[in-house]
Design a protein around this ligand. Sequence first.
Ligand code: ATP
Ligand code: MG
Length: 400
Amino acid sequence: MHTNPFQNARYIIDKIEEHGHQAYFVGGCVRDSLLDNDIKDIDIATSAKPEKIQAIFDKVIPVGIEHGTVVVRHQGVSYEVTTFRLDGSYSDERHPDSVQFIDRIDEDLARRDFTMNALAMDKSGQIIDLYGGKHDLNEKIIRTVGDGAERFTEDPLRIIRALRFTSQLGFSIESDTLQAMKKLKEKIEHLAVERLHQEMEKFFAGKYVDKGMSYLIDLKIHDYLPVFKHEPNIVNQFPRPIMPLKSFAEVLCVAHLLKPTITVHSWAKQWKSSNQTKRKATILVESILHYKKYGIDQWLVYQLPNQYDEAFTRVAQYILDDCTIDLNTIQKIREQLTIHSKKDLAIDGYDMMKMFPEKKAGPWIQALLNHIERLVVMEKIDNNKEKLKEWIKCNPPGIN
Ligand code: ATP
Ligand code: MG
């Protein structure tokens, strides 16, 4: 039976069919619905060409039209709608050289990576299962559609995808598929780092990442991954069982803490992480180092943006094996902070300049503000203008 997300998406299939084309739910949404897992996003495969889809629907975003993919918006939800296709070879290991649009779902399913991902479902809930995907889901097995060596040669990212699915689903890799991964693993090195990043982020976030990590280490996949390949020991240093790390920033933070000679900057650069990921990883590292020295205090919480509370808690619990850190404690401290940013200080740079008219404006102002900010946050002095002035008079800035 269809659950709600499919109900809403059914409109898209109905519309496409009304225009005389075929359309099916495909890929992860069918797999996850058969597993009774939460469904993230719904992908639709269709015999209609992208231009047709653009003509049928009002809100269509041409995200990858050359590969046959557009996004259709319906009731505030995005649906990827992809024309049935055959992929050409991947000579650059980045994109298929060419795609050929076709009008049969069976051939489209043949290009998909694993049997569990090669399932389609029509609008009435009937499953099309040409490769034993349902059997493999029941047996919890990851198996390529067709010959593993051929499929991994076409696109070596599938080797990493197999690992990320073991990590997300806790499945085992079928033995021929595993042999093919072993044989072809060095092809991973030529993949676009952005593609690796996307899959490895999901790998580390998986509920069964410890199982995934065992496969990764046994197969020595790390010998072909940025940074890890130069420091093969790092993967063995992850405390076991490894806990799911929900963002790549958390992975970078843990990796840096395990091997402090490799900076967050260097990790982020070699993995082509976004600036936001890099910033988050840096803040997490600073917070963990502060915690190791001083425990949880107001300064730590003040410096930690509240949207990182969960990430910090996760990393701290995992890497320090410290269960005393919990979200509640952090949130309580945050509620009671005397100030939330420098702007909340009862004194500013102008006040300080007025107090020392003989001193030229300079870095001393910022230094003094920083010092006072920390004292106020740590509740060593009240955030009260007169009190702060008094304190400054007793602790005047140095000469120069
Ligand atoms: P998720 O739940 O993470 O979205 P997913 O299975 O939907 O998992 P996607 O990366 O969204 O994974 O891909 C959608 C579908 O496209 C897959 O289920 C699979 O059928 C196919 N697919 C994706 N990447 C590849 C690939 N590299 N080679 C072959 N088929 C692929
Ligand atoms: Mg998907």
